[in-house]
Structures are given as C-alpha cells and as structure tokens.
Write a protein that binds this ligand. Structure first.
Ligand SMILES: NC(=O)C1=CN([C@@H]2O[C@H](COP(=O)(O)OP(=O)(O)OC[C@H]3O[C@@H](n4cnc5c(N)ncnc54)[C@H](O)[C@@H]3O)[C@@H](O)[C@H]2O)C=CC1
Ligand SMILES: NCC(=O)COP(=O)(O)O
Length: 338
C-alpha cells in the first residue's frame, strides 16, 4: 500500500509550532506509515534548530521536506511574541496547505497551532483554522471532534463539540434542533465510516446543571432538547443515544475507562454542547494525547489539542506527543476517506 503524503503546517512561527514540528519529525518511526512535507518558513525552522538542538532532540531542517513560505524581511518575529506578522504567516501556511491538498498534491493536512488573536491583528477574521478549512472547501456542515487513545488502557475517548468558539452567553441561542441534528448526523457518519463502529453508543450532555432539574435550573432541556433526542433516536434505531446526561457526571466513567479499565465505559463518543463542557474533561484526561480533527471536510485534517503556548516557546520544553498522535491519526484516517 502506498503511504499517505501529508502536509504539516508550522502554525504561528512565534509559538511552539516550529519546535514541536522538528521534535516530532525526529521520530524515525513516522516514516513507517507516512510521508510528510512541512509548509512554513524555512528560516524559522533553521533558527529554531540553531537555538534548540543542543537542548533537545530535533531533526535538522536539511533532512526534511519543506515547502517554503518565506517571511518578508520586515516581518517582526520574536519567539514567544505573536503579532500581526506571525498571524499573517500562519494564515498563509494554512492556505497554502489547503490549496495544495485540493490540487491533489497531499492526502491530508496536519496543522500546528495558530493564535486566533494574531489572525485578528493580521485582519483575518476567523474563529479558527476549522472555519477556514470549511470555507475553502465549500462545506457548511462540519464539526470539531477530539479523539484520544488512552496510554493506560487503550480505550478511545471521542468528543464532538456542538458549538465551538463563541461567547458562553451565545451558546443557548446558537444551539437549535437543526444544529444538533447536523452535528449528530456527522458524528454517526464519522464513527461508522472512519472508525468502523457500525452501531455506536453516543452520550449527549445536558446544557444546564443536572440537565435542568425538570426546568428548575434552566429550561432548554424541557423546551426542546429531550424531544429532539427522542426524535433522533427514532431516526437512528441502530445507534444507542444516551442522555441528556447531567454534564457534571457525564465523563466520570470515561475517567475510569481512561485510567483504569476500558470496560468501564461502553461509550463510543460524547456530544458536548459547548467548548469547555467538552474540552475540560478531554484535556484533564488526555492533554498529551488528544487530537482535534475536523469532520465533514473532503479530506482529513487533524491538529494537536493544545495552542501556541507562547509562554514556553523557545525553551526546548514543549511536548510533541499530541502532534505525533495527530500525524498518526491523519495517516490512519486517510486510508478510510473516499
Ligand atoms: N489548534 C490550535 O490552533 C489551537 C490554538 N489555540 C491558540 O493558542 C493560543 C494560546 O492558548 P492557550 O489557551 O494559552 O492554550 P495553550 O494550549 O497554548 O497553553 C495552555 C498551557 O499548556 C501549556 N502547553 C500547551 N501546549 C504544550 C505542549 N505541547 N507542551 C508543554 N506544554 C504545553 C502552555 O505552556 C500553557 O501553560 C491562543 O491564541 C489560542 O487561540 C488554542 C488551542 C488550540
Ligand atoms: N480549542 C480548539 C481550538 O482552538 C482549535 O481551533 P482550530 O484552529 O482547529 O479551529
């Protein structure tokens, strides 16, 4: 079987992206299952290598395939200090990767972290890389799914976020039966086609404390979420939908399955209603393992779960485990994508 050819973007050049890219690619085992071309500025990779190779194991930029997107001479680049120039650069890396993947030169995209605030400074008004990918591929139905395999038990945690980068205040009005159906449809399709789970069990969180306590602590559950769920169960008789589970206990068995024994949770995926409801349990359990994957695109896109970590950039201490997991998952899923 031919190996997938993945492109790996550098992310914000002032963040830990360049360091974790050189660290991850120092692992020779990646070559067993994929080819990788890094899209980013060669000069940034070279200076990162010069600065850090005596502190930590890095591959030399001379030994990897790089699609150079040069920085301009006047760009102000200081490690650990994202700004408009670094936002412009990370936006250009991502768009080059998308164009080249659409053109058929790569089988999938792995992205390193960008800073949304730096994109804003550069005049790119997107909440994240996910929306740029969706827009460029003309998709209006897409989702942010976090996948992590436990190094303790082998159990896999999958969490889809129904809403993502919006203020908490807007969550309730953004959630609608149509949005929930769209996300559930995509999740079921992804579990069946990409993860080969034909009859998945999916647990769905309530929105309010105790899932509303019969309307005493919030009414969205009573007003429409329970009836939406009942209807969804009728649409998918072969899928077990569990919920609305009070959000404070939804991930308790996941924790046991992650740390102790995988038989503690039969759940194949969790549907969280907003960003931090889903990502606090994911990052508590799996910060070094979790992968953010965009579902609903015409190609595979994965990313580490963490951000640019400006606070530790240039110190040689950033971990590349989540990026390596993202590369591995992209290589695996590329084979399942039609
Ligand atoms: N996939 C992406 O592109 C993501 C981008 N972001 C962006 O990153 C920027 C910073 O966000 P924060 O909330 O500070 O989250 P962050 O994930 O960058 O950092 C949170 C904490 O985790 C540590 N950390 C993160 N990655 C690490 C690694 N690989 N090894 C060791 N320690 C690590 C950091 O040092 C910091 O203490 C924001 O502008 C945000 O937009 C955040 C999450 C995902
Ligand atoms: N919190 C997840 C995150 O920020 C990922 O965003 P994206 O850039 O992958 O859209």
């Amino acid at each position: 079987m031919t190996q997938p050819h993945l492109t790996l973007t550098l992310g914000d050049p002032a963040g830990i992206g360049p360091e974790i890219v050189l660290k991850a690619l120092a692992d020779e085992r990646l070559k067993d299952y994929c080819q990788i071309t890094v899209i980013g500025s060669r000069s940034v990779l070279e200076s990162t290598y010069q600065q850090l190779h005596s502190l930590t194991e890095l591959v030399s930029p001379d030994q990897i395939s790089i699609w150079d997107v040069p920085l301009s001479a006047k760009d102000d680049l200081k490690t650990g200090m994202g700004n408009a120039a670094t936002g412009k650069a990370s936006f250009a890396y991502l768009n080059t990767a998308i164009e080249q993947t659409i053109a058929g030169n790569f089988d999938g995209i792995v992205t390193s972290p960008i800073a949304k605030s730096c994109w804003q400074l550069a005049g790119h008004d997107y909440p994240g890389q996910t929306e740029v990918l969706a827009q460029a591929t003309d998709r209006d139905q897409f989702g942010m799914l976090f996948v992590a395999r436990s190094p303790h038990t082998g159990w896999t945690l999958r969490t889809l976020l129904a809403t993502t980068h919006i203020p908490l205040q807007q969550v309730s009005q953004t959630l609608t039966p149509a949005l929930m159906t769209q996300k559930l449809d995509l999740l079921i399709e992804t579990l069946q086609e990409n993860f080969d789970i034909k009859q998945p069990q999916i647990a769905i969180a309530g929105l309010n404390p105790h899932s509303g306590e019969n309307g005493q602590f919030g009414t969205e559950e009573q007003d429409w979420l329970f009836s939406w769920l009942e209807q969804a169960q009728t649409t998918y008789p072969d899928v077990k939908l569990i919920g609305l589970v009070p959000p404070d206990t939804l991930w308790v068995k996941a924790g046991l399955a992650w740390f102790q024994d995988q038989s503690q949770s039969p759940i194949d995926a969790y549907l969280a209603l907003y960003h931090d409801q889903g990502l606090i349990p994911v990052k508590l359990m799996a910060f070094d393992q979790a992968i953010n994957t965009t579902i609903g695109l015409p190609f595979i896109r994965t990313s580490p779960d963490h951000g640019t970590a400006f606070d530790i950039a240039g110190k040689g201490i950033a971990r590349c485990d989540s990026l390596k997991a993202a590369i591995e998952l992209a290589a695996q899923l590329t084979g399942t994508k039609s």
